[in-house]
Design a protein around this ligand. Structure first.
Ligand code: IMP
Ligand code: MG
Length: 187
């Protein structure tokens, strides 16, 4: 395997390199699903996914879990479409009952921790029986809030990554891999 994998030709202008390829993602997502399956075997699992970046991850993850889970979404986004975290706005509330259920929050990436901190705070008020978090990616170097995720797919370096749900200005979510965005795209 080469040290850095180049992106497909049509993305050469925008994506510096492939950080995590499709096969590696698929393997790790299966492992996370197996862990969740084990931990929630005798529980009443309610997966709460944050829009919009979780869509590919969530779709793959849940199909590898055979438990009778429930699924709901919360909408949360930060103002602005750049790479700096902005003020959080809730755009969609839960529809299902969370009280006395075992809630597993699913997000794309844990960065400063602002998002998870705010959402976990909102969920705890709903009195779930248990509350945990699962993220595909984590950047530990930029943490501001004291939050941790119970399930983490990959730790990534402090670079702006896109693909497999993650966006820059609402683009690149559909890439099947996770790549590092070229700084000239956003600076
Ligand atoms: P936090 O609130 O700073 O922890 O950031 C969480 C949110 O910031 C994620 O749900 C993403 O929408 C966004 N984010 C943080 N880092 C990246 C990145 O490298 N690429 C794309 N989105 C990111
Ligand atoms: Mg985003």
């Amino acid at each position: 395997m080469p040290a850095t994998t180049p992106p497909p030709d049509h993305l050469r202008q925008e994506v510096q390199n492939v950080l995590i390829g499709e096969t590696e993602i698929a393997e790790r997502v299966r492992e996370l699903a197996a862990e969740i399956e084990r931990d929630y075997a005798d529980k009443d699992l309610l997966m709460v996914a944050l829009l919009t970046g979780t869509v590919p991850f969530l779709a793959d993850l849940m199909r590898h879990i055979t438990l009778p889970l429930r699924l709901d979404f919360m909408g949360v986004s930060s103002y602005g479409d750049g790479t700096a975290p902005g003020e959080l706005v809730f755009t969609k509330d839960l529809r299902l009952e969370a009280r006395n259920r075992d809630v597993l929050l699913v997000d794309d990436i844990l960065d400063t921790g602002q998002t998870l901190h705010a959402v976990l705070g909102k969920l705890i008020d709903l009195q779930p029986r248990s509350l945990k978090a699962c993220v595909l990616l984590e950047k530990t170097s930029r943490r501001q809030e004291k939050v941790t995720a119970n399930y983490v797919g990959f730790e990534v370096p402090d670079e702006f990554v896109v693909g497999y749900g993650l966006d820059y200005a609402e683009r690149y979510r559909n890439l099947p891999f996770i790549g590092v965005l070229k700084p000239e795209v956003y600076s």
